[in-house]
Design a protein. Structure first.
Length: 179
């Protein structure tokens, strides 16, 4: 059986603040919302950035305190291109509510990590053209153009024993996992 991760439900303190941040800064669209049960029940809100997913993320208004989450390190969202990752960095910096904004690459992805307004960890990333054995992480410079960043990534990770084209890694994964 192959399982595909579909969505996460996050407990929130301030539903309005979180919805505003995720819709206006990260581009999510609210797809549904309402009480979980009878009148007076907590509200749940569903949102997505993908047309064929009812929701990728849901918020449930039951969190008591906006302290850092201690059960999930971060939620990660893949985007199709580097320009989207860079646009996310710019939007986060302009908005000012996210904290701990940090561009980081693992060699196989160019990411920005940050904490949302309730201090949940979030990662927005795109794949690089490479496979690099994990775990690894190095800060990257968002001012680099894509070609420059590809060359920089090769220089930083190219000596790794399992460094190679991501297409080769995925082909091996398909043989191992089927599909």
């Amino acid at each position: 059986m192959a399982l595909e991760f579909a969505h996460a439900v996050v407990y929130v303190v301030d539903m309005d603040e979180m919805v505003d941040f995720y819709t206006n800064v990260l581009g999510f669209t609210v797809t549904d919302r309402g009480p979980v049960g009878d009148e007076g029940s907590p509200e749940i809100l569903f949102m997505s950035t993908v047309a064929d997913h009812h929701h990728q993320l849901a918020f449930l208004s039951v969190r008591k305190e906006a302290k850092p989450s201690n059960s999930v390190n971060h939620l990660a969202f893949r985007t199709s291109d580097l320009a989207s990752v860079k646009a996310t960095i710019a939007a986060l910096e302009e908005d000012g509510r996210a904290t701990r904004i940090g561009p980081l690459t693992h060699g196989n992805a160019w990411s920005v990590y940050f904490n949302d307004p309730e201090e949940n960890g979030v990662e927005i990333f795109c794949d690089t053209p490479f496979h690099v054995a994990q775990p690894q992480g190095k800060p990257w410079d968002p001012s680099l153009g894509e070609d420059e960043l590809i060359e920089w990534t090769k220089a930083e990770f190219g000596d790794e024993p399992r460094f190679g084209p991501i297409a080769d890694f995925y082909a091996a994964q398909r043989e191992t996992l089927g599909g």
